[in-house]
Ligand binder design. Structure first.
Ligand code: PMP
Length: 398
């Protein structure tokens, strides 16, 4: 049975983590990760989460099955967070939300549902994108291609290229868009650019699928949802996958959602019935713990404001590290302009470091980054920043 099974290629980022773990240098730094570390280099457990968990454990709840679409209070809280509690989309019954196994699960059930609706549709993802987007949509049965996104010259978005690719896409093409804090580049669209994307999506009858994995890591919870507000106002049908992995530091609990925006109540009811079939045949129904905790925090005012403060603290620490990196590189005599790092949003920066500079960082300094030059700014802290700056200064100089 297994004699012809080939060894699958190693996940490049997990491979990086293995190499980092095996490195014995005390000064080593892992900038290859995709998680937020606090000022002490630790993965945080948020206070709001701890309180909600303590209450839950005290109540010793039984662990029955959840409904296929998940906890109602959680699904509602997700919608409120994405669109605002006062959203007319929500009151009109145009929004269906399904608790999912992380943001990845939200993408997967959305992809499987879309595959049933339109198996011939092509999927377009950004170039570059989160590496799982391609594999996930291909596994769901789609042909996946890319639209231009990152412009290495300006270190921003190649908006003209992106727009042109979308203008040429066939009707029904599924376009995966990073709603904020683009992974891996950190380069986001402006509100005006989003408007133009929406106009093309309308004219070309495209199917937007917004991936919202970092709400609150850019400029704020509401500010980071600007693309969603604009899509909501457009009257389009669209998909959103969202995740609390980062914003609640609940990576391993797998807390995310799929949200679908329809034309109205009747359509919502039919869509819900079909997405439930997709979920039922994938994993039957979602797990209880993480979503209960998130719903409790979001729906309890005291915990909610505690969480918002903790999220703001994460966001501000990342921005302080961006500023520190840029300032200290300049102070170290690096003439190359790194000010673009300040314009990037979210956890990542496409640093502009070449693959060979990344190799030298690893070999000479024990600093691990992705070969594309992507660094996780959230892995920087006051203890390792000077060391990282000196190392970068030394590899960009020679
Ligand atoms: N989309 C993007 C753009 C991501 O960066 C990630 C996580 N790295 C995900 C989706 C998946 O999130 P989750 O861990 O919640 O499945």
């Amino acid at each position: 049975l297994f004699s012809h099974v080939e060894l699958a290629p190693r996940d490049p980022i997990l491979g990086l983590n293995e190499a980092y773990n095996a490195d014995t240098r005390a000064t080593k730094v892992n900038l290859g990760v995709g998680v937020y570390y606090d000022a002490n280099g630790k993965l945080p457990l948020l206070k709001a989460v701890r309180e909600a968990e303590a209450t839950r454990i005290q109540g010793a709840p039984a662990r029955g099955y959840l409904p296929i679409e998940g906890i109602a209070a959680y699904d509602q809280a997700v919608q409120n967070l994405l669109f605002g509690a006062e959203s007319s989309l929500i009151s009109a019954g145009r929004v269906a939300t399904f608790q999912a196994i992380g943001g990845t699960g939200g993408l997967k059930i959305g992809a499987d549902f879309l595959q049933r609706l339109n198996p011939q549709a092509k999927v377009l993802i950004s170039d570059p994108s989160w590496e799982n987007h391609r594999a996930l949509f291909e596994n769901a049965g789609f042909t996946v291609e890319t639209y231009p996104y990152y412009d290495a010259q300006t270190r921003g978005v190649n908006f003209a290229g992106m727009l042109q690719a979308l203008e040429q896409a066939a009707a029904g093409t599924i376009v995966v868009l990073h709603a904020c804090c683009h992974n891996p580049t950190g380069a986001d669209l402006s509100a005006e650019e989003w408007q133009r994307i929406i106009a093309v999506a309308q004219a070309r009858e495209l199917v937007p699928f917004l991936d919202m994995a970092y709400q609150g890591f850019g400029d704020g919870i509401k500010e980071d949802a600007i693309a969603l507000d604009l899509f909501a106002a457009s009257g389009l049908n669209f998909f959103i996958s969202s995740s609390f992995s980062k914003s609640f530091s609940l990576y391993g609990e797998r807390v995310g959602a799929l949200t679908v925006v329809t034309d109205g109540k009747d359509e919502t009811a039919r869509v819900v019935s079909q997405v439930k079939r997709v979920i039922r045949t994938n994993y039957s129904n979602p797990p209880t713990h993480g979503a209960t905790v998130v719903a409790t925090v979001l729906n309890t005012p005291a915990l909610r404001s505690m969480w918002e403060n903790e999220l703001a603290e994460m966001r501000e620490r990342i921005r302080a590290m961006r500023a520190g990196l840029v300032e200290k590189l300049q102070a170290a005599g690096v003439t190359q302009d790194f000010s673009f790092v300040l314009r990037q949003r979210g956890m990542f920066s496409y640093s502009g470091l070449t693959a060979s500079q990344v190799d030298r960082l690893r070999e000479e300094f024990g600093i691990y980054a992705v070969s594309s030059g992507r660094i996780c700014v959230a892995a920087l802290n006051q203890q390792n920043l000077d060391y990282v700056v000196q190392a970068i200064a030394s590899v960009v100089r020679a």
